[in-house]
Design a protein. Structure first.
Length: 57
C-alpha cells in the first residue's frame, strides 16, 4: 500500500467533513476506512522492521 493512497483517503475524509459535517455517517465511514488503511500500513512497516530478539534467554 502506498502512502499516497492514505493521502487520497485523507482528502476524501476532509471533503466529507466539509460537505456533510463532522458527525455525519458518511464522514464517520470515511474516517473508519482511513483508520483501517493506516493500521494496515503500520502492520506492514512492523513486518519489515522486526526488532532483533535477544540472544540471552
Amino acid at each position: 500500500m502506498a502512502l499516497n493512497e492514505i493521502e487520497n483517503y485523507r482528502q476524501k475524509l476532509f471533503e466529507a467533513a466539509k460537505e456533510y459535517g463532522m458527525n455525519s455517517s458518511e464522514t464517520v465511514r470515511r474516517s473508519q476506512e482511513l483508520d483501517l488503511l493506516i493500521i494496515e500500513q503500520i502492520k506492514q512497516q512492523l513486518k519489515q522492521h522486526r526488532p532483533l530478539q535477544s540472544a540471552v534467554n
